[in-house]
Design a protein around this ligand. Sequence first.
Ligand code: CNA
Length: 242
Amino acid sequence: MEKVDICRERIREARRIVFFGGAGVSTASGIPDFRSATGLYNQQNDSGYSPEYMLSHDFLVDNPAGFSNYIRNNLIYPDAKPNACHRALVALEKRGQLSAIVTQNIDGLHQIAGNTCVLEIHGNLRDYYCTNCASQYSYDDFMKVNGEMHCKVCGGLVRPDVTLYGESLPQQTLYQAIEEIQKADVLIVGGTSLVVYPAAGLLQYYRGDTLILINREETPTDRRADFVFHGDLCEILPSLVD
Ligand code: CNA
């Protein structure tokens, strides 16, 4: 039997599939990833700062206006729509086979597509909060402001609910993700370079024999996977799931 047929059969018979994904899930929706040739890290930027620094806790503290504008101008894509990869995951959840999507993405497209079992281990760009009094704000509130946003209640700095470089992952979501990966019979990993830790380290909790890895480029985890596909997630995932 061919590799792709074995994968299809394992997916068809699976009862607890976990999908672990990254920015490559949303490139077909028009949101650039970080590390591809066309990704954010390889784009021209006049600030003189590295994108890692502009997405760090240090930059939020050192230059809140610059940080807030960087987020608005480079990470928010209000017109992005779910693509074939998101839809394949909705189909798996509807069939009752998908127990969790563990995503490093912050774009919310899995929920817009219709998935409910989404664990956002790097937070999201829907929710905003005051760093002083924890008052909550919406995406619309944040987008109305230019530069840094101040809390209406206490004047504190308002920030997006995303995990920045130099910050810890949301603990409860992380524990849920570990539990789901430990219980999974099939783990599908897609659209991630697997170089960002601690997120990439979550794969070590998988105990099954069907680790399927789909990515355009090689990753450091290719050798550990049971099945590796190099190519476009939007073609490969639907072909494995249907
Ligand atoms: P990354 O390091 O940029 O890696 C993305 C990987 O996806 C690369 O190896 C690409 O080759 C691959 N890829 C891109 N498009 C496709 C495709 N259509 N089919 C198959 N493979 C593809 O991004 P990671 O997710 O690994 O890094 C984690 C960071 C990226 C997280 O902190 C995210 O918050 C952050 N990020 C998120 C978004 C988003 O929410 N859409 C966008 C950009 C970055």
